[in-house]
Write a protein that binds this ligand. Structure first.
Ligand code: C2E
Ligand code: MG
Ligand code: MG
Ligand code: MG
Length: 281
């Protein structure tokens, strides 16, 4: 009897495995067609000048509008896109779309920069320089308004290639940020050798600003960035206290739900209008 039960359990387990594997394969197939089916959308989260509290730009954050599952977070599908290589197509779509949108705003008189997240595959497998060049030449956006966000782990993967590529991109006039600073497996050595412009302090450190340790870490990152002549962006600001603290430490740029969540282009435009009418949140 015991044996029979064990057998049933194994069968049950197998079915579960199959279901999980099938679900993930189905999702992968759906993701494969998502760009073509126009299910991939770019959201924009405001970035503001810490001293004037005026909008200075946005970060492009991708969303998958799935027909039955609803809006899927990039936390869920970016890893799938990376493991299947689909990130190359999706990443380039986000790049072209975000630059196009930012150029539209630029033509309307809004001088906003655009932060675009890059995954390591885009860095190693796509012709990133060409893609950026295409985005620039078909949209007439000053290249200085493009900020490419890379992570520490990405940068350290192949340091030589990274340096070469970053130098090429810098020569085109775009700027480079280190995203999620302080969370990667990294050495600080790259701060010397890579031509970066900006450090984005990870949200987890901002969350801890109500503790002594959290403040010390934030202060240290800001002081280090300043002494290296790098700009500092803080991510994940949700409260007045966090905002005031970072202002007092002369952090340059703030981003977080306190100022605005990531939103579709239309909504971002409405948010921008409100800011320009001098209405504060
Ligand atoms: P990230 O680049 O660090 O982006 C910031 C994330 O923090 C966003 O999550 C944003 O919604 C969230 N966030 C910002 N302010 C706050 C806040 O005040 N509170 C809280 N709780 N969260 C806040 P999102 O949009 O879910 O994106 C997650 C990650 O997915 C991104 O982290 C980035 O690593 C990746 N990602 C998003 N779009 C792209 C893309 O187009 N390409 C690539 N390669 N990765 C992307
Ligand atoms: Mg980012
Ligand atoms: Mg990130
Ligand atoms: Mg980040």
């Amino acid at each position: 009897k015991a044996k029979a039960e064990g057998g049933n359990q194994l069968l049950f387990f197998r079915n579960e495995m199959n279901q999980a594997a099938q679900a993930s394969m189905q999702l992968e197939n759906e993701l494969r067609n998502a760009v073509k089916k126009k299910q991939i959308e770019v959201y924009y989260q405001p970035q503001i000048d810490a001293q004037t509290l005026r909008p200075i730009g946005s970060e492009a954050l991708v969303r998958w509008n799935h027909p039955t599952l609803g809006m899927i977070s990039p936390v869920t599908f970016i890893p799938l896109a990376e493991s299947t290589g689909l990130i190359i197509e999706i990443g380039n779509f986000v790049l072209q779309q975000a630059v196009k949108q930012t150029a539209k705003w630029y033509k309307k008189g809004h001088q906003l920069r655009i932060g675009i997240n890059l995954s390591s595959r885009q860095f190693t497998q796509s012709d990133l320089m060409l893609e950026v060049q295409q985005a620039l030449s078909s949209n007439e956006l000053p290249s200085a308004l493009i900020d490419l966000e890379i992570t520490e782990s990405l940068a350290m993967n192949d340091a030589e290639r990274t340096t070469r590529l970053l130098k090429g991109l810098k020569a085109m006039g775009v700027s480079i940020s280190i995203d999620d600073f302080g969370t990667g497996y990294s050495s600080l050595a790259y701060l010397n050798s890579f031509p970066i412009d900006t450090i984005k302090i990870d949200r987890c450190f901002i969350k801890n600003l109500d503790t002594q340790a959290g403040q010390t870490i934030a202060n240290t990152i800001i002081a280090m960035a300043k002494s290296l002549d790098l700009e500092v962006i803080a991510e994940g600001i949700e409260t007045e206290e966090q905002m005031h603290y970072l202002q007092s430490k002369e952090c340059d740029i703030l981003q977080g739900f306190k100022f605005g969540k990531p939103m579709p282009a239309k909504e971002f435009e409405a948010w921008l209008e409100l800011q320009n009418q001098g209405i504060t949140q």
